[in-house]
Design a protein around this ligand. Structure first.
Ligand SMILES: C[S@@+](CC[C@H](N)C(=O)[O-])C[C@H]1O[C@@H](n2cnc3c(N)ncnc32)[C@H](O)[C@@H]1O
Length: 231
């Protein structure tokens, strides 16, 4: 199936609310566990000196879980959509875990505009994460250039995203499954996202052709892809 790009930023209030109100917690906890296992395998423990950055953080679902899992670190969630950042800040302020989220802050910025020498960061990034971001990015080089410029030799990258279905029929079947659980706005966004997603081959080839072969690309079941490692 041909890739059909979708708008990068999620700026419509209705889509922001639909996304935020959906329960993706199972997949989100899975991702935190996957990152944790990877860090344990690499013998890395995160503490006060460490900075975690969550790119395309949306309403902050993953940022909050990262901040709670590694409470001594500093966590920054970044999103280019003002609506999403407002939602993330609102959720943080009304959270039952508010005390545990003192280490978390949000920044509204397009990922293409951030550089590691930017005043936004006071230290090197130890863990650079994204979830469901890559498919939004129109040109893969924009995503990889960003993570390259934000990474140093201490930065562990861990990016999870949807995998493009093999054909229209599979994409449509996934859309139907989604519609049984979620509202129309979210279902339409999910369908657009499936079509905008990259394939394993596209991500793998990009890393091989652009001197990024230190990054691994991994198929996580039949629906997801993970890009991880050091840049
Ligand atoms: C599908 S949501 C995922 C949100 C969050 N990571 C999560 O897992 O719940 C994708 C988010 O990426 C943001 N985004 C897309 N392109 C971006 C860009 N170029 N710069 C910053 N944020 C971007 C969108 O605004 C949206 O909030």
């Amino acid at each position: 199936m041909e890739r059909i790009p979708e708008p990068e930023l999620m700026e419509e209030k209705e889509q922001v609310i639909s996304y935020d109100e959906a329960d993706f917690s199972e997949g989100e906890f899975n991702l935190i566990n996957q990152i944790n296992h990877y860090l344990l395998r690499k013998n890395i423990s995160l503490s006060e000196k460490d900075l975690i950055v969550d790119l395309g953080c949306g309403p902050g679902n993953i940022s909050e879980k990262l901040a709670i899992k590694w409470p001594n670190t500093e966590v920054i969630g970044i999103d280019g959509s003002k609506e999403m950042i407002l939602r993330a800040e609102y959720k943080k302020n009304i959270s039952n875990n508010q005390k545990k989220l003192k280490n978390l802050r949000y920044i509204c910025s397009d990922i293409k505009d951030i550089r590691s020498d930017n005043f936004l960061f006071t230290k090197e990034i130890s863990l650079l994460v994204s979830n469901s971001l890559i498919h939004h990015i129109t040109y893969l080089e924009d995503f990889f250039n960003t993570i390259k410029s934000l990474s140093s030799n201490i930065t562990v990258n861990f990016h999870k995203d949807l995998k493009r279905p093999l054909n229209e029929k599979s994409a449509f079947e996934l859309k139907v499954q989604c519609s049984k659980k979620y509202n129309e706005t979210l279902t339409n966004d999910y369908y657009a996202s499936l079509k905008a997603s990259y394939t394993f081959k596209e991500l793998k080839n990009f890393t091989l052709e652009n001197n990024l072969s230190s990054l691994e690309v991994f198929e996580d079941g039949d629906k997801y892809l993970i890009v991880y490692g050091n840049v």
